[in-house]
Ligand binder design. Structure first.
Ligand code: IPE
Ligand code: IPE
Ligand code: MG
Length: 256
């Protein structure tokens, strides 16, 4: 949300009053950006920015549960983020392990189902073990589906889907003529889930950075200047109020 948005001056209570609970996005996806700049602005190491960002994530998950959002996807680490210095990569991986180990009980109490997406095989063993633990412990929950995108890249996801579809064709299980957009959707990490209605990116950066390339075809995009560690419940509510003003046309004409 840019500073000129009419919602930036409203508090949580005021925002809750104007938000229509019947018109909430089924799937919210968030590019949690700006941790490094938040830390740099305070003369702190970048790792402390990531740590502070985890607190925002906890707040946002709670709010999504309160609002009964069906799916929340968060971009935690991209296939390109390996280019960062090893100390930073290690600090992020450690945060993933600590966050899930410390929070899984509370996530389960809230009915959250943890669903990691991305090139999970490429993650360090400790991260993979922790993800497996979180998936196992939360798999019977029926509340919020929490997609955690780690070593995630939209191009890699599409490439994996192409390989899987090609293998089915090669094995004689599928004819080329049967392949349609549903086939592709169904081979993505998000198979069976609705596409994101709303994609939020914090820190004022206006790009998609290889996130949900296929699924974002008709997502509403909300860019906020707020850095991720400063992004709290109020900011998600602002994004929801903004979302509810959008006219979604899907290539058609205005209704009514
Ligand atoms: C987002 O914050 C978190 C990850 C990419 C892991 P950044 O670390 O990209 O923060 P900035 O963009 O440098 O401020
Ligand atoms: C996108 O942010 C990835 C995550 C938030 C995990 P980046 O900070 O890596 O994106 P760029 O490099 O600015 O495009
Ligand atoms: Mg960034």
């Amino acid at each position: 949300m840019k500073d000129e948005s009419p919602y930036v001056h409203l508090n949580e209570k005021e925002l809750l009053e104007i938000i229509d609970s019947q018109n909430l996005p089924g799937h919210i996806a968030i590019i949690m950006d700006g941790n490094g700049r938040w830390a740099q602005n305070r003369g702190l190491p970048r790792s402390l920015g990531h740590q502070a960002g985890v607190e925002s994530l906890k707040d946002i998950i709670k709010l999504c549960c309160d609002l009964k959002i069906k799916v929340l996807t968060v971009y935690g680490f991209s296939t390109e983020n390996w280019k960062r210095p090893p100390e930073e990569v290690n600090s992020i991986m450690k945060l993933v392990v600590d966050y899930l180990s410390n929070e899984i009980k509370e996530l389960c109490q809230k009915g959250v189902r943890v669903n990691p997406i991305g090139g999970l095989g490429g993650l360090p063993e400790k991260v993979r073990e922790t993800l497996s633990m979180a998936v196992r412990q939360s798999r019977d929950n029926s509340g919020l589906i929490f997609n955690v995108a780690l070593n995630y890249g939209g191009r890699q996801e599409l490439t994996d889907a192409v390989c899987a579809i090609a293998s089915s064709v090669a094995a004689g299980l599928l004819n080329v003529g049967q392949i349609n957009t549903w086939t592709v959707s169904n081979h993505l990490y998000t198979a069976g889930q609705p596409d994101p209605d709303l994609i939020i990116r914090s820190s004022g950066v206006s790009r998609i950075s290889n996130f949900l390339l296929w699924q974002s075809a008709y997502s509403e995009i909300c860019i906020t200047d707020v850095l991720w560690p400063d992004f709290k419940r109020r900011h998600l509510l602002q994004a929801l109020a903004d979302y509810q003003q959008r006219e979604r046309r899907y290539g058609g004409l205005k209704l009514n």
